[in-house]
Design a protein around this ligand. Structure first.
Ligand code: GDP
Ligand code: MG
Length: 295
């Protein structure tokens, strides 16, 4: 029997729902989500294994102009994921942002890989005519295989999307073992779950100044023992993160533990430590240590 396998890159502006889509397609929460832009900092693979095919999706940070060094490295991940893809999924939503971005549309026209455009968050559109108009707009603007209205949140049209992807997927043996759903380690997923809770809880610069590193991940008989260090850039941020009497960080811990237990299906003992590491976002050495930069 023939077997299909290939790489599918998910690209699009920040906040359009790339990570939500990846999780919907894989059926597990491997990429963290929040209403804030730039939640996803790395390239994350989500692997869908079914009899006869394997689709390796990659979730990328959104398309942005580099501002800090961290952003520059994030954009390298985006470009890298375009160069080795068999299929590209460009996601947009009903805000007019992408439609008016000439430079972005120009870039999409340059993509030589088969391209599918997804119009996400259609659950928020009441008017069907509006959906049709947007589908028409994208079909006229960019030469692509299909424009599909979807709702990643409600898993609407996921079957149709998979069907189109399968049609374009090349014949290949599987790239990864068929029980693997992501290329990321359990430690990485644990640190991302903790970071998601911080992204959701704090305002302004805190979410973007935080780095989480899991320093202990011990699978014991009855429980999973996880220790994490949370790095911030300044002493003042450390105080905000911890909160009065440690209340804020405690709440992060409670929410994170709940999700960790869900993901790992095991009781979790979580310890967090907040530390100051000045300007980690601009330091090559620290970015390498945190895995944003190749050796
Ligand atoms: P990313 O930055 O492109 O990865 O976007 P996320 O997946 O982190 O999602 C950004 C926000 O959009 C989150 O608040 C999601 O819950 C929301 N979102 C994603 N998909 C949908 C959808 O289909 N419908 C609606 N209403 N919201 C969505
Ligand atoms: Mg994301």
């Amino acid at each position: 029997m023939s077997h299909k396998a290939g790489f599918v890159s998910i690209i699009g502006k920040p906040n359009v729902g790339k990570s939500t889509l990846l999780n919907a397609l894989i059926g597990e929460k491997i990429s963290i989500i929040s209403p804030k832009v730039q939640t996803t900092r790395h390239r994350i693979l989500g692997i869908l294994n079914k009899p006869g095919f394997q689709i390796v999706f990659s979730d990328t940070p959104g398309i942005i102009e580099p501002k800090y060094k961290l952003h520059g490295n994030m954009m390298e991940f985006v470009n890298q994921s375009l160069s080795d893809a068999d299929i590209v999924l460009f996601i947009t939503d009903h805000t007019r942002e992408s439609e008016q971005d000439e430079a972005l549309i120009e870039k999409l026209r340059l993509i030589k890989t088969p391209l599918i455009i997804l119009l996400n968050k259609v659950d928020e559109l009441k008017d069907n005519d509006e959906v049709f108009a947007k589908v028409k707009f994208w079909k006229e603007q960019v030469n692509c295989e299909a424009v599909i209205p979807v709702s990643a949140l409600n898993k609407f049209n996921m079957d149709l999307l998979l069907e189109r992807v399968l049609m374009l997927l090349p014949e290949n043996p599987a790239y990864y073992p068929d029980d693997q759903i992501t290329d990321r380690s359990e430690r990485f997923i644990a640190s991302e779950i903790i970071r998601e809770k911080i992204m959701m809880r704090y305002k302004e610069e805190i979410p973007y100044s935080v780095q989480v590193e899991v320093t202990e991940f011990k699978d014991e008989e009855k429980l999973l023992r996880i220790s994490a260090e949370i790095y911030v850039m300044r002493e003042s941020q450390k105080q905000i993160l911890i909160g009065k009497g440690g209340n804020a960080i405690k709440a992060v811990g409670v929410a994170a533990r709940r999700d960790l237990e869900k993901f790992f299906a095991k009781q979790v003992f979580l310890q967090t430590f907040v530390r100051v590491k000045e300007n980690w976002r601009d330091s090559d050495k620290l970015l390498r240590q945190f895995g944003y930069k190749e050796e």
